[in-house]
Structure formats: structure tokens, C-alpha cells
Design a protein. Structure first.
Lengths: 326, 311, 273
């Protein structure tokens, strides 16, 4: 782990509340992120990655609710902070960018004003100063002609441009931690690379730690030093990124790696076609007993159905949650 | 912005022309004409010569196309024709009635907005809560009430039993006289506005950009004021514009009930008497009023929402 | 569950009105038109005359029962006409496009520009007052929402695989519209139709109240109220019961429409009515 821990998540539990019943949508998830580190969370849709991020800045909405555990930011517990305290952190020390740039901006305000709002909210700037700083912020995210673009409305910008605006908003107050929830999924492939580069460069320059969330293991491998793999609300494996690729320990991670198309790798490995993991992620209300991956696992034995595996430390660093880990 | 207003004005012209054409056609297919209905209704007895003289006087003996051309030509010079009955220019008759109708329409709309919008807003804050349930039950009841019956009941209670307010009449435009008819007329748009506001607020509350606003660290109050309210306002405004149509439509019944000297009662009287030029004139002016109000609403919406401006 | 409450209450109210109308000859105490008796004029509600009597001494309870027949006939028939017009125009406009689509669009915009009650009034002006004229006037003036909805849904369905497949199979245009597209938009159309029926009942009452719909002595709720106005001080019950009957019917239809919308058309919320 590089540097001291900036964020520490311990035994996080998030519940889906249906009537009087609570289902553990996320259970016993622990990880930490060092200052300036980029940590990746990977897994299929519905594994609980996004709600984990939302929980970190206190934005869970009904029917989801905090269920237990601790979230430490710079050594301070923030899971029970009152609204007003949490708001001082939100957008300021911890900020977030979302998957959908098309709808994430207010359609009725010029984008410059939406960036400027950050300086007014958190830095006590006047609107006049803030508008000037917004131009700089747009220039930082490499938007051409920023002095003119600040007057544009979101609908006048392309998806890539809007995501740049979102990044400008998120990084405006130089946060310590940026939560990036599938920031490029909705964009064209060519634009994706530019946006990722932008996030990488700016976070490095500002010393901002990044929690990068994606279903795309390739993207995560490119961006992050360390990776957490989530499945059905549990963190099933957490290790250095190269290790995960070289020798995945959890069968689910193995499946993800095997389903990855590797350029030029096909011939040398003699792999004729991409592997897939059969089946789908179960619904939160229907998580299986025992290991949650057991219905889809090829290495399943009786114990997998009977017992929920504990986290085990791996000899070369990292953790895994599997009875039969490699 | 000016360009938008101009474009919007241009769009209104063909609609107005089409309405003129439609009502002209409608009243040309009447079997017979004004003069002969006067005879068949037995309201007046005219000999054949008188009928012919009247037809000639009003140009009713000309072919249809010629009559329409003349009609549109006159419209272009703002001439709505002459009443069959009083022989006065239709403009004159309508001019006297326009202001009371506008007063009534605006007053009932104000009543609807001032109560309906906050009600819908409160309902949306706690969906399924008591306020929500009560206001939505009230809303669906308000939509189902026959306006003239509500008016009659209000009249009975507040004018005849309690004696607080005058039971009918214009009273030279006194506020006292305006209250009961505007409530009777405003209840339906109030109900609809409450429902629309609730739906709009609920929809926007779950919008991505509201989540962004929260993620920025904005207080809940500011999220509601700045991001939510403005976006909901656009939807509410459009509904208000459209509701004006049904308000001036329903005003016909309310004006008749409260003996309100507006366009609506003029229209009803003229329909009963088959005074066609006045009927045509009233409908045209009502449609024009509706179009103008909606244009104003669109301009307002475009000021708030840039997407309308540029589309 | 709120959804159930809408449907149950709405359905019950509407069913009551339907039963009252259908069984009027058995439930009524007197003939609604003929049994005028000036000796019994303006009798207050009581055990003999449940809802009281009017100025001509007719039993209001019986007249309200018979009034249900007129309201329901007008509501159902005129809304059927509207629905057929709206669906035909909307589907064909979407399917054939071109000048026909432009024409239908223009016509719809025109209809939306004229308040529907005013339009119905204008049509009544050239017809002789009566049931048939009412059905025509109300049946021709409230199809624009159905038309817009059918057009929009048909446009989005048109390009879908199964409709294209039907085309490849050599199905005729009309057959495709009726068998492939119509069933898929039936839900929202039923919802608009139900709510529109309530509107038609109100419109009939309004026109009859103005003396331009059903004429006395026939017991339309609207014309009963028109008569009742003069006796509002001496005999308020003459006004109360026909009004309550209209309210109940329209409320039933509106609740039914809302309930059906929750089931049949969950994604659309009440924007317009």
C-alpha cells in the first residue's frame, strides 16, 4: 500500500429495504485507499460497486440504507456525520463523477455557472471570482476556447465535453478523493481514452486519490495499482493489479480475466475463443446461501453451498474470499 | 430570443386562419340560412321577399368560395362582420364582453396556481404520506366536479344562506363579485396543476443532475430551490398555458350561471339565437386569446429553459 | 395498496351508475317524464320521495335514475367515436407518413387550439338539440389526445423487428396496423378513453345545462340542474342530487382511468388530461 491510508472502509454493510425486510446488498466489504493512490473496483453490473461509492459520500437514497461498518476518512469516522458536516466534505474533499454525462448536468444552467457553484459553495468565492475560476477549470480539463464554452448550456455540448465539465466540477476544489463511477461507459471508444488520460493526469498532478469503478477489467488494469473484485455485494478478491492478471485467485476473477480479449495474445496462448462466465448475478433479494458465487462456480463443492467463506490473506499480499482459492 | 418570439408568432397565423376556415365551413353547411331558420323557429315571420332581401344584405346569396374570400378579406382588416340580430358590428359586441372574461379567466387561474402548485409540491415531498394522499384525493375529486354545479352550491351556501358574497352579476367588476365564479372555474385547473406539479417534482427529484447537485455538497434547501424548482417550473408553466384553453371553454357555463357579462354568455346567447357572425367572432377571439396566452407561456418557458429557445 | 383503491372505488362507483341506469324501470318509483303532479311540487326528501320532488312535482329519485341512461349513452358512444377517429387518424398518419401525416398533424393542432367545449357548442349551434346531435358534437371534438398518442406509439413501433417481419411476410398495411401495432398501444388508449368518458359526461351536462343539449322534459342531469336553478332558495335538493350523480359518475371514471393507467401504462404519469 502506497502512503498512509486516506480512506479506510471496514466491514461496510448496505441494506436494500423492502417493507420491513432488509437485504444485505453489500456485506462485509473492507478496503483502504492511500493518499494519491488509484484503487479499482471491478465486477459485473449489480455487484454493489456504485452503491458502495454513493455510501462513501452519504448519497444513498431509499430503498437503500446504511447497514453497518465504519468509513474512516483521514482517520475520522464519517458514516454517521450529520448532514451539514457531510456536505462540507462532499464535493470539497471527496467528489464524484457519474456514468451518465448526458443527464448529470442541470439543463437550465450554463456549464460555467455549474462549475463556479463549487467555488462559491466551498471556497467562499464571490460569483464574479468563481466565474473566472470556472474558465480556468475548463481549460484544465482541456476544453478548447473555455472562455466561450462557459456560457454554453449542457445540451450544446457533446457527451465527451460534458464529462469533461463533470470532471472540472469534481476536481474544482482539489479534493483528496475522487470517486469515478464508470466515467467512460457511456462514451465513444475514442473519447474514452482521452477522458481516462485526463483523470489520470489531473489526479496525479493534484495528488488526488481515485476510486475507479468499472465493469471493464482492462480499463482498471490500465489505471490502477490495486484492484478489488466485487461479486454479489462482497469483495471476493483484493490484490495488486498485475497479480490479479497473472494469477487470479478467486474463480470469479479467473472468469473475468479469461473473458478479456487480449490483443495479440490469442495465438501465443492458443486460445480459440473468449471464455464467458455462465449465468447472471443474482438479485439482491435472492443471494444464495454459502458462497454467493457457488451457483455459477465451476470449482464448487459441498462446502461452498454450506458455508460462507472467510477472507484469507494471500502469501504474496492481498486477500481472497474462497474455500478453494488458487 | 426575439427570433424565437417571431417564429412563434409566425406559427400562430396558419392555426388562426385554419380556425377561421373551419368555423366558416361549419356554419356554411347549415341547411338553409339565418333568415330561413328565423322562419322555421317561428321566432319571426318573414315573407319570401324579406328573406331574399336579408340574404342579399348579408351577402348570403353569393357562392361559398366568394363568401369565404370576402370573409377572410374582412378579417384581415379586423372586421368581424355585423350581427344578424342587433345589426351592430360584431367587434363592438365582443369588445364590451372581452374584459370581464379576461378578468374571470385570470382570476380563476391565479386561484388555481396559488393553491394547486404548492399543494402538488408538498405532496411530492413525501409520496404516500398523509399530505400526499389527502391532496391527491382532493385533486381527483376536483377534476370530477361539474363546475356549474359547484358554482350553484357555492352560490347557495355563500350568497343565499350566509349572505357573504353577491350571488350573481358583474357589479361593475367588484372583487366581491369575482370570487365565487373564479373559485368554481378554478377548481379543475387547481386539481390538474396539483397533480402535474407532484408528478414533475417526483420525476426531477430522481433526475441525475439533482444527484450531481447533492454530490457537490449543496444543501437540500438549495437543491430544491435552485435545481428542482426551476426545472419543475417549466413543466408547470406549460400546463398552465394549456389549462387556459379549458378555463375559457368552461367559462361559458360559469358566466351563464353567474350572469357574468363575458364572451361566454354572449356566445351561448348567440348560439341560441343563431346569430352566426357573432358566434364566429366569439370563437375566433377565444382561440386568439388562447393562442396569445400560450405564446406568452412559451416565451416565459424559453427564458427559463434554453433547450426550448434553441430547438 | 393505492393502486387497488383507485380501481376498486372507481369500479364500484361506475358499476353503481351502470346498474342504476340499466335497472331504472325497475328501481324507479314513477315515470320520469309523465308523472308530473303539481300537488306534490317541491316536496322535501323523505320516505315517500327519497330525493324530494321538483317544481312540477316529479320524483327526483326516479329522474336521477333515468338520467344515468342519458349520461352513460353519451359518455360511452361519444368516446367510442372519438377513439375510433383518433386511432384511425393516428395509426394511418404514422404508417403512411408524407402529406397525410402533415395533414393529420395540422388537424390535430387545430383541434387543440379550439377549447373542446366551445367547439362542441359551435356544432350544437348548427344542429337541432337532442341526443344524436350531442353524440355527434362530443364525438367529433375530443380525439386529438388519442390521435397524438397512437401516432407517437405507432411511429416508435413501426421500425421494430416484428413489424418489419410482418411486412416482409407480405402482410397488408391495414392488417399490420390492426394486428401488430394496435394491440401494443391498446393499454394507453383504454386509459385515455376512460378519462375521456368522464369528460364527455361533464360536457353533456354542461351543454344540457345551457339548454343546448338534451332538452326538458327528458331527465338529463344537466337539464335537471338548469331547471333547478330557479328553486335553489326554496328547494335546494332539486339541485343537489343530479349534481351528486354527475360527480359520482365522473369520479368513478377518473379513478378507474387512474387505476388502469397504473396497470396498463405504468411509465406515463399524469401530465395532460
Amino acid at each position: 500500500m502506497s502512503g498512509e491510508a486516506l480512506l479506510q472502509v471496514e466491514n461496510l454493510r448496505l441494506d436494500l429495504v423492502v417493507g420491513s425486510r432488509r437485504f444485505g446488498a453489500v456485506k462485509d466489504v473492507s478496503f483502504s485507499i492511500g493518499r494519491g493512490e488509484t484503487f479499482g473496483l471491478v465486477g459485473e453490473s449489480g455487484c454493489g460497486k456504485s452503491i458502495t461509492a454513493l455510501a462513501l459520500i452519504g448519497l444513498l437514497r431509499r430503498p437503500l440504507a446504511f447497514g453497518g461498518g465504519r468509513i474512516l476518512f483521514k482517520g475520522r469516522e464519517i458514516q454517521d456525520l450529520p448532514g451539514s458536516e457531510m456536505r462540507k466534505l462532499r464535493g470539497n474533499a471527496i467528489s464524484m463523477i457519474f456514468q451518465e454525462p448526458m443527464t448529470a448536468l442541470n439543463p437550465l444552467s450554463p456549464v460555467g455557472r455549474q462549475i463556479a457553484e463549487m467555488f462559491v459553495l466551498h471556497k467562499g468565492a464571490t460569483w464574479h471570482e468563481a466565474e473566472r475560476k470556472a474558465v480556468e477549470a475548463l481549460a484544465d480539463v482541456r476544453v478548447p476556447a473555455p472562455d466561450r464554452r462557459v456560457k454554453d448550456y449542457p445540451h450544446q455540448l457533446s457527451g465527451g465535453m460534458r464529462q469533461r465539465v463533470m470532471i472540472a466540477i469534481a476536481l474544482a476544489c482539489r479534493p483528496d478523493l475522487l470517486l469515478a463511477d464508470e466515467p467512460t461507459t457511456a462514451l465513444d471508444v475514442t473519447v474514452q481514452a482521452e477522458i481516462l488520460e485526463l483523470i489520470r493526469d489531473l489526479s496525479a498532478a493534484q495528488g488526488t486519490a481515485v476510486l475507479m469503478i468499472s465493469h471493464d477489467l482492462g480499463l482498471i488494469a490500465n489505471m490502477c495499482a490495486r484492484v478489488g473484485v466485487m461479486y454479489a455485494g462482497r469483495l471476493v478478491e483484493e490484490r495488486a493489479a498485475q497479480e490479479v492478471f497473472r494469477a487470479p485467485s478467486h474463480p470469479y476473477t479467473g472468469g473475468l480475466v479469461a473473458s478479456l480479449p487480449l490483443l495479440g495474445a490469442r495465438a501465443s496462448h492458443g486460445r480459440s475463443r473468449l471464455k464467458e462466465i455462465s449465468g447472471v448475478v443474482p438479485a439482491v433479494t435472492a443471494f444464495p446461501e454459502g458462497c454467493r458465487f457457488n451457483p455459477r462456480c465451476q470449482a464448487r463443492t459441498d462446502i461452498c453451498i454450506a458455508e460462507d467463506p472467510e477472507e484469507t490473506a494471500l502469501p504474496r499480499g492481498g486477500r481472497v474470499r474462497c474455500h478453494h482459492h488458487a | 430570443m426575439l427570433q424565437f418570439v417571431f417564429r412563434r408568432l409566425l406559427q400562430a397565423i396558419p392555426i388562426l386562419l385554419a380556425v377561421a376556415g373551419l368555423i366558416f365551413l361549419l356554419f356554411s353547411v347549415i341547411p338553409g340560412n339565418f333568415a330561413s331558420t328565423q322562419i322555421s323557429d317561428g321566432r319571426a315571420v318573414m315573407d319570401a321577399e324579406a328573406v331574399e332581401r336579408m340574404n342579399r344584405q348579408f351577402g348570403l346569396d353569393q357562392p361559398l368560395a366568394t363568401r369565404f374570400a370576402t370573409y377572410v378579406g374582412k378579417l384581415a382588416t379586423l372586421d368581424l362582420g355585423t350581427s344578424f340580430r342587433t345589426r351592430q358590428p360584431v367587434w363592438h359586441l365582443i369588445g364590451e364582453r372581452l374584459w370581464p372574461t379576461m378578468q374571470l379567466a385570470f382570476a380563476s387561474m391565479m386561484f388555481a396556481i396559488l393553491i394547486g402548485v404548492p399543494l402538488g409540491f408538498l405532496a411530492a415531498l413525501r409520496p404516500g404520506g398523509i399530505v400526499d394522499t389527502v391532496s391527491m384525493v382532493t385533486a381527483v375529486s376536483g377534476l370530477s366536479l361539474p363546475k356549474f354545479w359547484l358554482g350553484l352550491m357555492l352560490m347557495y351556501l355563500f350568497a343565499l344562506q350566509l349572505g357573504w358574497l353577491p350571488s350573481f352579476g358583474y357589479g361593475d367588476g367588484a372583487l366581491r363579485n369575482l370570487i365565487l365564479p373564479s373559485i368554481a372555474l378554478g377548481v379543475a385547473p387547481l386539481a390538474l396543476l396539483a397533480r402535474t406539479t407532484r408528478a414533475a417534482v417526483l420525476e426531477i427529484m430522481n433526475a441525475d443532475f439533482v444527484r450531481t447537485a447533492r454530490a457537490k455538497g449543496m444543501s437540500e434547501r438549495r437543491v430544491v430551490q435552485w435545481h428542482l424548482a426551476r426545472n419543475a417550473l417549466v413543466i408547470v408553466l406549460t400546463t398552465v398555458g394549456l389549462q387556459f384553453g379549458s378555463v375559457i371553454g368552461q367559462a361559458v357555463v360559469i358566466e351563464k350561471l353567474f350572469a357574468w357579462p363575458g364572451l361566454g354568455s354572449l356566445l351561448v346567447d348567440s348560439v341560441s339565437l343563431r346569430d352566426i357572425p357573432v358566434v364566429q367572432g366569439c370563437i375566433l377571439v377565444i382561440v386568439l386569446f388562447f393562442l396569445v396566452v400560450n405564446m406568452l407561456v412559451d416565451v416565459l418557458a424559453a427564458i427559463i429553459d434554453p433547450r426550448i429557445r434553441y430547438s | 395498496m393505492k393502486l387497488r383503491a383507485n380501481l376498486v372505488i372507481g369500479g364500484a362507483l361506475f358499476a353503481t351508475v351502470v346498474v342504476a341506469g340499466a335497472l331504472a324501470p325497475f328501481l324507479a318509483h314513477t315515470d320520469p317524464v309523465m308523472d308530473a303532479n303539481l300537488m306534490n311540487a317541491e316536496v322535501a326528501p323523505g320516505s315517500e320521495f327519497w330525493f324530494g320532488t321538483d317544481a312540477q312535482g316529479r320524483d327526483i329519485y326516479s329522474r336521477v335514475l333515468y338520467g344515468a341512461r342519458i349520461s352513460l349513452t353519451v359518455g360511452i358512444v361519444s368516446q367510442l367515436i372519438n377513439t375510433v377517429i383518433g386511432v384511425c387518424l393516428g395509426l394511418s398518419a404514422a404508417y403512411w407518413g408524407g402529406w397525410w401525416d402533415d395533414f393529420v398533424n395540422g388537424l390535430t393542432n387545430l383541434m387543440l387550439a379550439i377549447p373542446s367545449l366551445i367547439f362542441a357548442l359551435a356544432i350544437m349551434a348548427i344542429l337541432t338539440p337532442g341526443l344524436t346531435s350531442l353524440l355527434i358534437a362530443l364525438g367529433l371534438t375530443n380525439w386529438s389526445y388519442t390521435c397524438r398518442l397512437s401516432r407517437a406509439s405507432a411511429l416508435s413501433l413501426k421500425s421494430q423487428g416484428y413489424v418489419q417481419a410482418a411486412k416482409v411476410l407480405g402482410y397488408g398495411d391495414i392488417r399490420i396496423m390492426l394486428t401488430q401495432i394496435l394491440p401494443n398501444i391498446l393499454g394507453p388508449i383504454i386509459v385515455i378513453g376512460t378519462l375521456g368518458m368522464g369528460g364527455a359526461v361533464l360536457a353533456e351536462a354542461s351543454l344540457s345545462f345551457l339548454g343546448l343539449g338534451i332538452r326538458p322534459p327528458f331527465p338529463s342531469w344537466g337539464s335537471m340542474l338548469s331547471d333547478a336553478r330557479d328553486q335553489i332558495t326554496t328547494a335546494p335538493w332539486i339541485s343537489i342530487f343530479p349534481g351528486l350523480a354527475i360527480f359520482m359518475t365522473v369520479l368513478g371514471l377518473n379513478l378507474l382511468g387512474d387505476g388502469l393507467r397504473d396497470i396498463l401504462d405504468p411509465q406515463s404519469r399524469a401530465r395532460t388530461a
